[in-house]
Design a protein around this ligand. Structure first.
Ligand code: 13P
Ligand code: SF4
Length: 317
């Protein structure tokens, strides 16, 4: 547990009883807690066994010991875990923790795209429902999107649902991409002006998530997934860094990189914020809500995820 630099003493004393209750119950149940990088520090550093981006969490699910997994993240992340670890009980502290990208497209939209563009393979960002994944050829995260798109061996690929991630991938590959018009309600709010200000006023290096609009990415010194940004900081050890992504990530990294000063224009994900310590404790006590996926859907969605893991294995970015 590493909360020292991420919360002040008063906050700490309020969180401690809940953290202790969760740790005790987790041990008693033999549960593994996975937490995304956008989870609050008291979850990320206080109770999680494994932390990381969506790809790292999906992979960790396969290796996790025991039969009970709690996913502290949004609903599509918990579904990915259930797809890869179908024999395990997968809990999410709040089943209403959604995602504007996952809500931007449904299974029928994909079927219609296939009718409109016969023979063109479809790649979906992991930020989609299991039902959407089941209709796609392969899945990707922002860490492996380019290699997944190229792995299909097609000159043209339909890429859904994030138009900004799609535009960024298109700028990195010769494959022609047809984009869906979805966006992340958090990253779409960043502006180029904010990014320039964060960099220039603080003399900071600018790292941005590819879900940001292209004019923001054009200002960035480095563009990458949450884990890629994290690794970049570990390698470069900059004095000051502006992270243009959900701002809880900076709260978490501050603890791991005390030599670096984090500045950022702050945007919070309202869905990630639904996951709280009381919700985690309640879910462990009641063993609910659990993730269930129709077996036929799961079988096809798993194929798309497994294709991603195969293509992305050598291409961590
Ligand atoms: P990562 O895969 O980079 O962790 O991103 C997930 C996400 O939801 C970003 O908004
Ligand atoms: Fe979805 Fe955006 Fe929240 Fe990530 S930050 S979970 S993409 S709404």
């Amino acid at each position: 547990m590493r909360l020292g630099r991420s919360a002040d003493c008063v906050e700490w004393s309020l969180q401690l009883p809940l953290i202790e209750a969760i740790l005790a119950l987790k041990q008693e149940l033999g549960a593994t807690i996975l937490a995304h990088t956008y989870q609050a520090p008291e979850i990320f550093h206080g109770v999680a066994d494994i932390t990381g981006d969506s790809l790292a969490l999906a992979e960790a699910a396969v290796e996790a010991p025991g039969d009970l997994i709690m996913v502290c993240g949004v609903h599509f992340m918990a579904e990915s875990v259930k797809l890869l670890a179908p024999g395990k009980t997968v809990l999410i502290p709040d089943a209403n923790a959604g995602c504007s990208l996952a809500d931007a497209i449904n299974a029928e939209d994909i079927r219609q795209l296939r009718r409109q563009h016969p023979g063109v393979p479809v790649v979906c960002y992991v930020n989609t429902s299991a039902a959407v994944k089941a209709e796609c050829d392969a899945c990707c995260t922002s860490a492996n999107a380019v290699s997944v798109v190229e792995s299909l061996g097609s000159e043209e690929v339909i890429f859904v649902p994030d138009r900004f991630l799609g535009a960024w991938v298109a700028s990195q590959t010769k494959v022609r991409l047809r984009l869906w018009q979805g966006s992340c309600e958090v990253h779409e709010k960043f502006t180029a002006r904010q990014a320039r200000q964060a960099r220039d006023q603080h003399d900071a290096v600018l790292l941005a998530h590819p879900e940001c609009p292209p004019e923001v990415l054009a200002e960035a010194d480095f563009v990458g997934s949450t884990s890629a940004m994290s690794r970049w900081i570990e390698r470069a050890r900059p004095r000051r860094v502006a992270l243009v992504t959900e701002c809880t990530m900076a709260d978490n990294l501050r603890v791991l990189h005390p030599q670096t000063h984090f500045v950022q224009p702050c945007q919070l994900c309202p869905h990630m914020q639904k996951i709280t310590l009381p919700a985690i404790l309640r879910a462990l006590r009641t063993l609910a809500p659990q993730i269930h996926i129709d077996e036929e859907v799961a079988k096809r969605a798993r194929l798309a995820l497994e294709r991603m893991l195969l293509a992305g294995r050598d291409a961590r970015g």
